[in-house]
Ligand binder design. Structure first.
Ligand SMILES: [Zn+2]
Length: 359
């Protein structure tokens, strides 16, 4: 009898039973023990020849106990299955981050969240993309490039190399941030279209990009300039072709301006690109620092006898002397990152980590 009473207590205390059932070693033992108690109780009732009504009540209690046991075991099984799923998902996420890059936020949402917009075209020099001072004339180029001969017609950009662009643009290639590359490419296409309407840029007939060596592309998991260029061409509605190939050279990320200049002569024209002869070509790159890379690519593209060569870049790094002058004239106006980047003398790929992280 006392065993039947104990079984009834266990039936009411379902939480305790479930907790016991979650333990894999104890589950089968508990279930078997309860079944043994149930059969013994029924056998004892038959031996003692108790009344029919009391026997029926004990039978119902034993049936309830068995049902509660089955339910607890089923719930414990589901809990173990969910835990296995969670472990498998965590493993796959870790594997995904290791093999295919990091998890980065969605670019359009991030740009909207921090209130970033591309610069007005009048803010930069049409010949070299350098940020103009208020006292500089928009005609004939800035003080850096006035009187110099260039291979290209115009340079358009999204902004100065300062936060948040100085954090987003390097992250595109170092972290394979495809959504940001697509977003910047679309913005660049809209900027190019506005420049065409304003008469600052010849209507592009072909978009190409500054290539990277295939080993570097394989290592990074992204050809950042190609991804940006395809989004730009898609926005402009013109074809995007691979015209140039890159020779192996020292990386550009860790070199200073003098080392970047010494890397000249590393692009050559691909074979079978005669369809691109005599076109208005728009070259796309992520950052312009000294302009040597773009000029080297333009030098290789000259063999196609293009009608015009133009450059579209996401960010332009101003010369250090202009940054110093701007820092001395910095005002607290403008967005939060603008004043902080200027105050820290930023605006150069050599100092990428200015300002707070914005991704
Ligand atoms: Zn200029």
């Amino acid at each position: 009898m006392w065993r039947v009473f104990l079984c009834a207590i266990l039936t009411h205390d379902r939480g305790h039973l479930m907790q016991s059932a979650r333990l894999p070693d104890c589950r089968s033992g508990l279930h078997g023990q309860i079944e043994a108690w149930r059969s013994e109780a029924l056998k004892g009732d038959e031996d003692m020849s108790v009344g029919d009504s009391e026997s029926t009540g004990r039978e119902q209690a034993a049936t309830e106990l068995a049902r509660a046991t089955r339910t607890a075991c089923r719930e414990a099984s589901h809990a173990r299955r969910d835990a296995r799923k969670r472990r498998r998902l965590l493993f796959l996420r870790g594997l995904d981050a290791t093999l295919f890059g990091h998890r980065m936020p969605e670019a359009a949402f991030l740009a909207e969240q921090v209130g970033w917009h591309r610069d007005c075209m009048d803010d930069s020099c049409v010949k070299c993309g350098t940020t103009l001072f208020r006292f500089e004339s928009r005609e004939g180029g800035c003080g850096e490039c006035r009187g110099r001969r260039a291979l290209h017609e115009a340079v358009i950009r999204l902004g100065r190399y300062a936060p948040p662009l100085s954090q987003w643009v390097p992250a595109v290639k170092s972290r394979a941030w495809f959504s940001m590359a697509h977003h910047l490419g679309r913005e660049l296409g809209q900027q190019a279209r506005d420049a065409v309407y304003a008469g600052r840029l010849p209507q592009p007939e072909l978009v190409t990009w500054v290539p990277v060596h295939w080993i570097r592309r394989l290592w990074r998991g992204i050809d950042h300039a190609q991804t940006i260029a395809r989004a730009t061409a898609n926005e402009l509605g013109v074809p995007c072709c691979s015209l140039l190939a890159a020779r192996w050279s020292r990386g550009q990320v860790h070199g200073d301006r003098r080392q970047r200049t010494s890397n000249a002569g590393r692009f050559h024209l691909k074979r079978g690109v005669q369809h691109a002869m005599a076109r208005h070509i728009l070259l796309v790159d992520d950052v312009q620092t000294t302009g040597t890379t773009a000029q080297d690519a333009f030098r290789a593209l000259r063999d196609l006898r293009p009608k015009s060569l133009s450059l579209a870049v996401c960010a332009v790094s101003d010369p250090p002397r202009r940054n110093a002058l701007r820092a001395s004239q910095s005002t607290p106006r403008g967005p939060r990152w603008e004043s902080r980047g200027e105050a820290s003398g930023g605006g150069s790929p050599e100092s990428e980590a200015n300002g707070p992280r914005m991704y």
